[in-house]
Design a protein around this ligand. Structure first.
Ligand code: GTP
Ligand code: MG
Length: 183
């Protein structure tokens, strides 16, 4: 068939927001490998582990082949993000909708990203996931977008989706939007 267009995506956001969980949902899964890993993780009673540094993952949509830089959101690794800004052709920014205390920190990191010279003057699409919508006290996507002042982003296409990365809900809508922005 036709060769899919390659696109580099940066997956950013605070630690524990759900970036790796989202990327894992989007990756093609080998069901037996998945069962095996699941069994091992149950045996060792641990879930997805925090990303150290970053990890590179790939997934495809109907017209695009994405290479995702799944960056660690931990404070000590956040200074790594900017080294990949030049490479990035799209951004997925993940927010934990249940983490009201750190919403200001997420906003600070977003503002730092948006004012970076490698991002500032580019019309790079940004997909926001207001993740963990399943949590009982989760903020709505509208509320998250208000707290992050997303309406101030005027020079880049952006979109926000509520998501539950554990169940995989809301992810496809976001990826469809991203694909439309890049074509
Ligand atoms: P770092 O790699 O440290 O930056 O974190 P991360 O953003 O990659 O978060 P990760 O995907 O490791 O998820 C952190 C925790 O949140 C894990 O225990 C996930 O199972 C959980 N989690 C992720 N998405 C959701 C969600 O939509 N709902 C709920 N309830 N939990 C979620
Ligand atoms: Mg991670």
């Amino acid at each position: 068939g036709l060769k899919k267009k390659d696109v580099n995506v940066l997956c950013l956001g605070l630690d524990n927001s759900g970036k790796t969980t989202i990327i894992n949902q989007l990756k093609p899964s080998n069901v037996f490998l998945f069962l095996y890993i699941h069994l091992i993780s149950v045996l060792y009673a641990q879930d997805i582990v925090p990303t150290i540094g970053f990890s590179i993952e790939k997934f495809k949509t109907s017209s695009l082949s994405f290479t995702v830089f799944d960056m660690s959101g931990q404070g000590r690794y956040r200074n790594l993000w900017e080294h990949y800004y030049k490479e990035g052709q799209a951004i997925i920014f993940v927010i934990d909708s249940g983490d009201k205390l750190r919403m200001v920190v997420a906003k600070e990191e977003l503002d730092t990203l948006l004012s970076h010279p490698d991002i500032k003057h580019r019309r790079i699409p940004i997909l926001f996931f207001a993740n963990k919508m399943d949590l009982r006290d989760a903020l709505s996507a509208v509320k998250v977008s208000q707290l992050l002042c997303l309406e101030n982003i005027k020079d880049k296409p952006w979109h926000i989706c509520a998501s539950d990365a554990v169940k995989g809900e809301g992810l496809q809508e976001g990826v469809d939007w991203l694909q439309d922005q890049i074509r």
